[in-house]
Design a protein around this ligand. Structure first.
Ligand code: HEM
Length: 152
């Protein structure tokens, strides 16, 4: 069983931007070798932290389990797949389902990149790019429930 208290990790694991950049190719203005996505003003990491801390709940769901405890929501892969649009976007990572609609504009890798994972179990995609990102803290108020059959 997963212990909800493990969501309470304190660090955000914010990257320092000087890590490995994956093989040259696309140069950019910073010379870091990474292609930086231009986010709208105010939509950086601090903008998201402020926005999320002011929000009560970003899941936009009516509790389906009959309980007010979001930890009890069990989401099927079929239900997950219905939420694959920019205005209604769910994603599963390591067995947890999040409504990331509000986060799309804040994703440092860009909205288009994140939309590739819309409505999907995105665990592998996530691990491939940045498995070290502390998504549980970043998406705390977006947490909907558990993906059925994926108990990590
Ligand atoms: C919903 C959970 C996710 C969160 C909280 C998240 C968060 C982040 C963060 C914090 C960064 C900046 C990393 C850095 O500066 O090194 C980033 C970059 C990025 N993300 Fe995500 N991400 C998520 C999901 C995904 C998924 C599913 C994909 C792929 C489909 C993805 C693709 C990328 C890419 C390509 C970058 C740019 C990497 C780079 O600059 O080297 N992300 N994301």
């Amino acid at each position: 069983m997963n212990d909800p208290s493990q969501n309470r990790r304190l660090s955000l694991n914010v990257p320092n931007g000087s890590s490995n950049s994956g093989g040259g190719g696309s140069g950019n203005a910073t010379g870091s070798g990474r292609t930086k996505i231009a986010l709208k003003p105010g939509y950086g990491l601090m903008g998201w932290i402020r926005f999320q801390s002011n929000a009560k709940n970003l899941t936009n769901i009516i509790q389906s389990s009959g309980s007010n405890d979001p930890h009890l929501n069990m989401i099927t892969i079929t239900e997950l797949s219905k939420h694959d649009q920019p205005d209604d976007c769910w994603i599963a990572i390591r067995g947890k389902v999040f409504n990331i609609t509000a986060y799309l504009d804040y994703h440092p890798g860009g909205q288009d990149e994140l939309m590739k994972a819309a409505g999907k179990n995105a665990t592998n995609m996530f691990e491939d790019v940045h498995g070290w990102v502390n998504y549980e803290n970043l998406l705390e108020k977006c947490f909907i429930g558990r993906l059925v059959g994926h108990d990590f």
